[in-house]
Write a protein that binds this ligand. Structure first.
Ligand SMILES: [Zn+2]
Length: 339
């Protein structure tokens, strides 16, 4: 964090952005909940996890600051009819890990607050290649990586963090075949020596239990968690539609909310939003970091979110994101962030 950002945070200058960039509400992105964070991790991977304590504190923060914690359906309704001016927050989890059921669900139940989980079909079928954890395991084991034209020194923690981003980009920003081949080659050449990352998916029984609870919205997150923009149109459409149909058969109810895998500028554009709209969803959430404005009623397939990340530095970023200060900076002053 730069000195200037620290000063802005200490003096609470970021709150000045709130009337312009704070929006009418926020959609929060989470992935996993753990009892205790491990040390010796790659930050990009450990940032996907928050502790039960932090999640509990975050829910208390929003309820005690006069927010309405609402579902995706309620948010959409409010945006369409302008029925409430009270600030809202929507909690969403991506992927479908087991800890969403075992650790997060009891906390939301305790507070009697709604949340959503976007399910990746291959994850709950135990068929998903969680490359983000595999890369972490590899980087924590080896002092250097040499694959094709990529030579990475990975001795220090800083080098490992940098290498993670380079490998990530190589996997998700190549064509599918090329990225997947690279990932397979990496794992074959550098087998994780101490694979210890927990990546257990929710069971079907757990999913069905959540399905019976009105507090929980189950949405779709594709079949294989590929970056949609890297696929041909027919493949991308299949990834979106097949996940919807699979979940609807399993849950015996419409699945109408979607989250794009990855979801940044490079992974989601007009084509992907059109696919999600035309396959029958009513909302689509990205990972663009920004707040929700009333104008998003015209952009239901490009709803930005704010990640909840747990570390002292990132806690500051969370507050600066909610105020709109960070989104304004990230999007060059743009208020209503869409695609
Ligand atoms: Zn995901």
């Amino acid at each position: 964090m730069s000195l200037l950002t620290q000063i802005i945070y200490k003096l609470r200058l970021y709150t000045l952005a709130k009337p312009f960039y704070g929006g009418c509400g926020h959609i929060i992105t989470l992935h996993r909940v753990v009892e205790k964070k491990d040390t010796n991790r790659i930050v990009w991977s450990s940032n996907l996890e928050v502790t039960t304590t932090y999640l509990d504190e975050t829910l208390t923060y929003f309820t005690s600051h006069n927010y309405d914690v609402i579902s995706l359906d309620e948010m959409r309704q409010r945006l369409m009819d302008g029925s409430s001016n009270k600030k809202f927050v929507v909690f969403t989890f991506d992927d479908g890990y087991e800890d969403n059921f075992t650790l997060a669900y009891p906390i939301f139940k305790k507070h009697n607050l709604p949340f959503a989980i976007y399910i990746t079909k291959a994850l709950i079928e135990n068929n998903l290649k969680c490359w983000w954890y595999d890369i972490e395991d590899v980087l924590l084991c080896y002092p250097n990586i040499h694959i094709g034209d990529m030579i990475l020194e990975t001795t220090s923690q800083a080098q490992k963090e940098e290498a993670y981003l380079k490998i990530r980009a190589r996997i998700i920003h190549s064509s599918f075949e090329s990225g997947y081949t690279f990932y397979q080659t990496l794992i074959a050449k550098y087998p994780p020596c101490k694979p210890r990352s927990q990546r257990k998916a929710m069971s079907i029984d757990q999913l069905l239990t959540l399905n019976d609870d009105a507090l929980v919205t189950l949405g779709a997150h594709t079949v294989n968690h590929y970056s949609l923009s890297m696929l041909q149109l027919a493949e991308a459409t299949w990834e979106v539609l097949e996940c919807k149909l699979y979940l609807e058969t399993l849950l015996q109810k419409p699945v109408e909310h979607f989250a794009y895998p990855y979801g940044s500028m490079d992974e989601v554009g007009e084509r992907e939003a059109k696919i999600v709209q035309e396959t029958g969803f009513i909302t689509g959430t990205t990972t663009r970091v920004a707040n929700i404005f009333k104008q998003h009623k015209n952009h239901f397939f490009a709803l930005p979110r704010i990640p909840l990340i747990e570390s002292p530095k990132e806690k500051r970023f969370f507050k600066m994101s909610l105020s709109g200060f960070l989104p304004a900076y990230l999007h060059a002053g743009k208020r209503v962030v869409t695609l």
